[in-house]
Each structure stands twice: as structure tokens, then as C-alpha cells.
Design a protein around this ligand. Structure first.
Ligand code: 13P
Length: 338
């Protein structure tokens, strides 16, 4: 696959107000999410849940791609189709998380580095063979006191560069996800400072490692006060600070920016996305790649009961539709009720 194919896939990922459904929770994280609504996490319940998500009627009208975890990309729906096939049948491109998680960073108390580079070239080739069109790698930057260190930002940006170059070599669009976490009591200004520094380092590494910026999707955090901060940010403050920060750091060659939700409520994540798009036009398409902000209402509705299956799928289609409207700056809170 050449540069043109990568670019057309990246453009398709953010076309027509569509965004991405992140459903790539590791087995452990998926277990926590299921257990939070009293569903026992088993191979079967995780498979059923992913099938519920991916076979939601009309999903492809609002969602361009779904990010899968290794366990899911190897699994089948109850009617015997590969999950990748079920997605394609629904008009959604399959993607795959390829990092193996964040581990404690040596000599840096309280900080993490994302692992998964060893053997990555072979794993990417296998995923491409299985039908994946794009990939994801998440680096985690934590704010607390003097943290993050320059060291933590540098090693995570370097790993994102290594990953992105290998993904493009394999013909897969890399979603580059440097997440400055919302956890903590920091101000919006502190989040801005750390996000700016992180994005500068990430784009320096992508350039150094010869990544084609037209063939990536950036998945950043929004610039927002910490969850425990005394002063919480307004929708306008988040939208203005985030766009300002991105304009300073993200080259216009990048086709799309798809935000993570990071612990915001579904309604907040949609309102912030909408406010940013109302400030446009921007150099890049601005859309979403949410996990919790799309899935929370689905899990709460499903509760593991067959009788709630249709209602849970409707909850996903509804949230996806609202975020798709927000990706075009056409959302209003009245639509929450419809
Ligand atoms: P959230 O939207 O729940 O932050 O998840 C996005 C994601 O893919 C994290 O890597």
C-alpha cells in the first residue's frame, strides 16, 4: 500500500461528520467496565458485548471505524462471522490497538512509558492480513506536582514515532494518541502547558522518523482542568484553549484530529466537540474517537440482558449520531432527548 492509500484511508476515517468508536479495551479494562454494571466478565460476555456494539443498525452512518483489541479481532459473532467482517458489513472499517500497555518508567517515580515495539513489524503484518485498516498506540502523560518530566514526554513521543513509522510501512494508518490525563486537580492552564509541550515533542519525533503526516490521525486530549480541580472549565474555555493549543502545535498536513473522551461525561464530550467545530473552519477535520463517552450509556442499558439488546444498540446509535452532529458543529442539547 502506498502513500496515497494511507492518505485516502485517513481521509475516509474523518469523512462526512463520522468519527471512531474506540472499543479496544484490554481484557482487564473490559472486565472492569462490565463488572461496573454487574456483568461477569467472561470470554462470552466480552464477545457478546462487542457483537452488540459492532452490529448496531445504522452504525456506519456515524462511525467510520472501530478500534479492536487483539482478543476481539480474532473472535467471531454468534452467526459465525469474523468481527472484522461484521464491521465491514455494517459500513465500518476495522482497526486495532497495537501497544501492549503503559508500564512504570524506569528512574521516574509516578510516570509511565507505553510498551509494545518488540516484534511490532510482524504483528502489524498479521493484523493487516486479518483486514485491519488502521492502528492505535496510546502514550500516557500524567500531571501531578512537577510531573510530567521532560524525560517521560520524550520517551513516549519517541515510541509513538517508532510505532507510527512501522504502521505506515505496513500500510496501516496510525492513530497517534498522546493522552495528557484529566486525572488530578490541575488547572486548565497547566493542562494547556503540558499538552503543548507534548504535542511539540510528538510532531518533532514524527518528522525525525519520516512519518507521512498526511497518513496519520492525531488522537489528543482536550485542554481541560483536572477532574478534581476547584475551578472546572466551561465549554467555551475548553473549546478555545484546545483549538488555540492545536493551532500552535499540529501541522495542517494532518488530515484529522479525533479526540479521546478521557473521563468526561458523554454529554460534555459531545458539547466540547460541537463548540470546537462551531469555531471553524480549521486546518484539519475535528472529530471523535471516544470509548467511554460512546459506550457508557450502552453498558448501562444492556446490563448483560438479552431483552435489553435492542435498547442498548439504540443507545449507541443515538450517542454516535449526536457526536456526528457535533463533528459538524450542528449539535444542540435538545437533541439529547430525541
Ligand atoms: P476514552 O474515550 O474512554 O478516553 O478512550 C479513548 C481511548 O481509546 C483511550 O485509549
Amino acid at each position: 500500500m502506498g502513500a496515497n492509500d494511507l492518505r485516502s484511508t485517513a481521509l475516509a476515517m474523518v469523512a462526512d461528520g463520522k468519527g471512531i468508536l474506540a472499543a479496544d479495551e484490554s481484557t482487564g479494562t473490559a472486565g472492569k467496565r462490565l463488572e461496573a454494571v454487574n456483568i461477569e466478565s467472561t470470554d462470552e460476555s466480552r464477545r457478546d458485548y462487542r457483537e452488540l456494539l459492532f452490529t448496531t443498525p445504522g452504525l456506519g452512518d456515524y462511525i467510520s471505524g472501530a478500534i479492536l483489541y487483539d482478543e476481539t479481532i480474532r473472535s467471531e459473532t454468534s452467526d459465525g462471522r469474523q468481527m472484522t467482517k461484521a464491521l465491514e458489513d455494517n459500513g465500518v472499517m476495522p482497526g486495532i490497538k497495537v501497544d501492549t500497555g503503559a508500564q512504570p518508567l524506569a528512574m521516574a517515580e509516578g510516570e509511565k512509558v507505553t510498551e509494545g515495539l518488540d516484534g511490532l513489524r510482524d504483528r502489524l503484518a498479521e493484523y493487516a492480513e486479518m483486514g485491519a485498516r488502521f492502528t492505535k498506540w496510546r502514550g500516557v502523560i500524567h500531571i501531578e506536582g512537577d510531573l510530567p518530566s521532560d524525560y517521560c514526554i520524550a520517551v513516549n513521543a519517541h515510541a509513538l514515532g517508532r510505532y507510527a513509522a512501522l504502521a505506515q510501512e505496513a500500510g496501516l494508518v496510525p492513530i497517534v494518541e498522546p493522552e495528557v490525563e484529566i486525572v488530578g486537580d490541575h488547572t486548565l492552564e497547566r493542562c494547556y502547558e503540558v499538552t503543548e509541550k507534548t504535542l511539540r515533542e510528538v510532531f518533532a519525533q514524527l518528522a525525525l522518523q519520516r512519518v507521512d503526516l498526511e497518513g496519520i490521525i492525531l488522537k489528543p486530549n482536550m485542554v481541560i482542568a483536572g477532574k478534581e480541580a476547584e475551578k472546572q472549565s466551561s465549554v467555551e474555555e475548553v473549546a478555545e484553549a484546545t483549538i488555540d493549543c492545536l493551532k500552535k502545535t499540529v501541522p495542517a498536513a494532518v488530515p484529522g484530529i479525533c479526540f479521546l473522551s478521557g473521563g468526561q461525561t458523554p454529554e460534555q464530550a459531545t458539547a466540547h466537540l460541537d463548540a470546537m467545530n462551531r469555531m471553524g473552519p480549521h486546518p484539519w477535520v475535528i472529530s471523535f474517537s471516544y470509548a467511554r463517552a460512546l459506550q457508557d450509556p450502552v453498558l448501562k442499558t444492556w446490563k448483560g440482558e438479552k431483552s435489553n439488546w435492542d435498547a442498548a444498540q439504540e443507545a449507541l446509535a443515538h450517542r454516535a449520531k449526536l457526536n456526528s452532529a457535533a463533528a459538524e458543529g450542528a449539535y444542540s442539547t435538545d437533541m439529547e432527548q430525541s
